[in-house]
Design a protein around this ligand. Structure first.
Ligand SMILES: [Zn+2]
Length: 324
């Protein structure tokens, strides 16, 4: 807690609005001693010889019985010190009775004095660092529920900012991030499952995501040893967008992307995968099997009929000379 920032203070309990108001009030006393031609004039020296800036005269109120300003300031201060307890009670009562009015006044004042408030906060924080830290730690211990609620509200309000910060941190601390993520997943298997499911649903809710997902799974399934971590696009030599254009060009009247999204259209191999002879994505047959020209959109119901036919009629003859 070296540098002050407005969050730390505004989120802590130790600095109340009452404090700022009282500080502002004290400041007003000093300000009262400044010459204001609407309120003040220079008059005869008062009996306590309160001379205003070597003028040989006293600063006096135009109204208020033409009293000496300094006299009144000193008298006011003295009275407040003498009646500290009474004053406290009085202010407390006054505050209670005029809560709403006080709130509005405070807000108005704060709006006008934003810079001043930041300065005051910084000064107060620097002076009371230890005290603030102790009080805030204690408060956090005593109010875990409230703290949770406050943190929740804060993260909701500053979602983007927080995300960006943690993303930047993750990029700078890759190894640490990996370790922390892994540990979190191990400690929160249920939560991790839910997050994964959400991400999965989100990805598959877009056309690109759906094409990616289907192709990735199909290409992986067609390879005995899997994709080795490569993206399907880099293995087949075209992109999801290319495939989208290709499929759309072959759509019949019945077909639409909505139907595709609902699972009513399959990405079909004109010559089925089982006919090709490949073990790895480097084999020529893999490229031929997954070439755009071998793919077509097929209504799900037609695809099932086709499968049947291939297995019953075509498969045996196609298998001749083909290692499976
Ligand atoms: Zn005086």
């Amino acid at each position: 807690m070296n540098n002050i920032n407005s969050n730390q203070v505004s989120r802590g309990v130790e600095v109340s609005s009452k404090f700022f108001c009282s500080m502002a009030y004290n400041k007003n006393l000093e300000e009262q001693m400044e010459f204001n031609k609407d309120k003040h004039y220079l008059g005869t020296l008062c009996k306590y010889n309160h001379e205003y800036k070597d003028t040989g005269m006293s600063l006096r109120y135009k109204s208020n019985g033409h009293n000496c300003v300094e006299c009144l300031v000193i008298y006011g201060k003295k009275r407040r010190i003498e009646n500290k307890d009474n004053m406290k009670e009085y202010l407390h009562d006054y505050y209670k009775k005029n809560k709403e009015h006080h709130k509005i006044q405070c807000k108005l004042w704060s709006k006008k004095n934003k810079k001043k408030i930041i300065e005051m906060r910084q000064t107060y924080y620097k002076k009371n660092k230890e005290k603030i830290y102790k009080l805030s730690t204690q408060w956090k211990k005593d109010n875990p529920e409230k703290l949770k609620e406050m943190n929740k509200r804060y993260s909701l309000k500053h979602k983007e900012e927080i995300n960006k910060r943690s993303k930047d941190w993750g990029l700078k601390n890759k190894e640490r991030m990996c370790f922390l993520t892994k540990r979190w997943k191990e400690n929160n298997p249920e939560k991790h499952k839910i997050i994964q499911k959400k991400a999965y649903t989100k990805i598959r809710s877009t056309l690109k995501g759906k094409i990616n997902h289907r192709m990735s799974a199909s290409v992986r399934q067609s390879l005995i040893k899997g994709k080795n971590g490569y993206r399907w696009e880099s293995l087949v030599g075209y992109t999801a967008k290319d495939l989208e254009k290709h499929l759309e060009s072959l759509f019949t009247k019945e077909m639409s992307w909505k139907l595709f999204m609902d699972g009513g259209i399959h990405i079909d191999h004109k010559i089925p995968i089982s006919v090709f002879n490949f073990n790895s994505y480097n084999d020529i047959d893999f490229k031929r099997c997954w070439a755009l020209s071998n793919l077509q959109p097929l209504l799900a119901k037609d695809n099932l009929i086709k499968h049947d036919k291939i297995y019953k009629d075509f498969q045996p003859s196609l298998c001749i000379g083909v290692k499976l």
